[in-house]
Write a protein that binds this ligand. Structure first.
Ligand code: SF4
Length: 65
């Protein structure tokens, strides 16, 4: 099965920091003060954590596909 690619839609991100707090392995701050995905694909074992972060993002800025 192909691994999923995480992505943050910068225009939607309000920089609340939640996804970084939940999954720092996948989401970290970008130079512009917003969040970015720091991996190309969701690492093995982090699928549920990334899904949880996606669901928890207050502005639905996280895409995983
Ligand atoms: S949870 Fe959503 S709004 Fe908050 S920092 Fe992450 S992507 Fe941005």
């Amino acid at each position: 099965m192909e691994k999923k690619k995480p992505c943050v839609v910068k225009d939607l991100c309000i920089a609340c920091g939640l996804c970084n707090a939940m999954v720092p392995t996948v989401f970290d701050w970008d130079d512009d003060g917003k969040m970015k995905a720091i991996v190309d694909h969701v690492p093995e074992g982090f699928e549920q954590d990334v899904d949880d972060a996606k669901i928890s993002c207050p502005t639905e800025a996280i895409i995983v596909d």
